[in-house]
Design a protein around this ligand. Structure first.
Ligand code: SF4
Length: 362
């Protein structure tokens, strides 16, 4: 079913901000020593083993002291580290307690018993963790880690769309601010977007803010979709021409794409799915050579797990995800910064939309 209409952002929007300062009740701790020595080498050898196919040995002495310090400090702080699939291999494989796509991280955030959550991802993910855990301390190692999709739409835009299409339910991608989630009936991720849209039993749905994900959902369902013209700045850069040129050099190459890509890119793919579904597809099919048409750190993370698969990497990095680094994670735990704050009234409304998604039967 083609989408009915796509409405667009009319202005630049600044990032939502966190509270700043150390979290209350958590004094700063001394910075641990960060030397590379025989003890650090021995204590971290099992972790380097996980990433040795994607991180050169010459780089490990720079990462290892941070890895050791972060793993010790997170225990001392009672913290859990959640890392998105787009985080770099040394974060994803060596300090994270849970890894996954936005849906998996939201589920983990909802059930964790830890009193402190460090979100290695972008701002909307940390906000989602806070929405689900209003009494816990949620930290993001760099408050500037934003998202072009989250920036593309405001709560006021959603209210205007509701006025324009009275009675039509609003589904928002989790890549949105807490304010936007609070104006929504239900959230979705790229893993469950079609299921969420169909769960509402409505002939028409307003689907925000990713235009290309909306088009992909529209191609998979009979529900009529009203979309917004938000785009992911990473996925919109891929082109069908570049994929055809990869395939021309190796016709046996498999191409798997994220649904935030433009439709002509998706048309070139052998499989389309969320980051979690893409990883599952590679684990299951074990192609000889594959292109993962998404943020390029994910190929490194899957390569570390599946060294026999050869990944062709058109490397589009997300500048926001890459703001999260080991030194910033350590700083975050030492100083208990930056604490994510969400207005309680907004959080209560946003929680309904996020929990409605989490509790959908899969
Ligand atoms: S990859 Fe795209 S959707 Fe994901 S955080 Fe970066 S800009 Fe946002």
């Amino acid at each position: 079913m083609p989408i009915l209409a796509a409405y667009g952002p009319g202005r630049d929007l600044s990032l939502p901000t966190t509270g700043g300062g150390a979290a209350r009740g958590f004094p700063a701790l001394p910075m641990p020593p960060l030397e590379w020595n025989a003890e650090v080498e021995r204590d971290t050898a099992h972790l380097y083993d996980r990433i040795k196919t994607v991180v050169p040995a010459v780089e490990w002495p720079f990462f290892a002291p941070y890895v050791k310090a972060i793993n010790a400090l997170k225990k001392e702080r009672g913290a859990v580290i959640l890392a998105h699939n787009y985080q770099t291999p040394e974060i994803y494989n060596c300090v994270a307690d849970f890894v996954g796509d936005s849906l998996a991280l939201a589920r983990e955030a909802a059930k964790t018993k830890a009193s402190v959550i460090v979100q290695c991802g972008v701002h909307f993910m940390a906000e989602t963790a806070k929405i689900l855990n209003p009494d816990k301390v949620v930290l993001i190692p760099d408050r500037r880690a934003g998202c072009s999709l989250a920036q593309s739409i405001t709560a006021e835009d959603v209210r205007l769309l509701r006025d324009t299409f009275p009675g039509v339910p609003v589904v928002t991608y989790v890549n949105t601010s807490a304010d936007v989630k609070a104006e929504s009936d239900i959230c979705c991720t790229s893993s469950n977007a079609v299921q969420v849209v169909e769960s509402l039993g409505s002939e028409k749905v307003i689907f925000l803010p990713d235009e290309y994900l909306a088009k992909y959902v529209a191609s998979q369902t009979d529900v009529k979709i009203i979309a917004w013209k938000g785009h992911c700045e990473v996925h919109e850069r891929f082109t069908a021409d570049e994929l055809r040129s990869y395939r021309a050099t190796d016709p046996s190459l498999k191409i798997i794409a994220h649904p935030e890509c433009p439709p002509d890119v998706i048309a070139e793919a052998d499989f389309t799915g969320s980051t979690a579904h893409m990883i599952d597809w590679v684990r299951d099919k074990r192609p000889r050579r594959v292109v993962m048409v998404t943020e390029c750190s994910m190929a490194d993370n899957v390569q570390a797990e599946l060294p026999d698969v050869q990944f062709v990497r058109p490397c589009n990095l997300c500048p926001h995800m890459k703001r999260i680094t080991l030194p910033k994670i350590l700083d975050s735990l030492v100083h208990m910064q930056e604490e994510v704050v969400v207005d309680p009234a907004i959080a209560a409304k946003a929680r309904r939309a996020v929990e409605r998604m989490i509790h959908l039967r899969s």
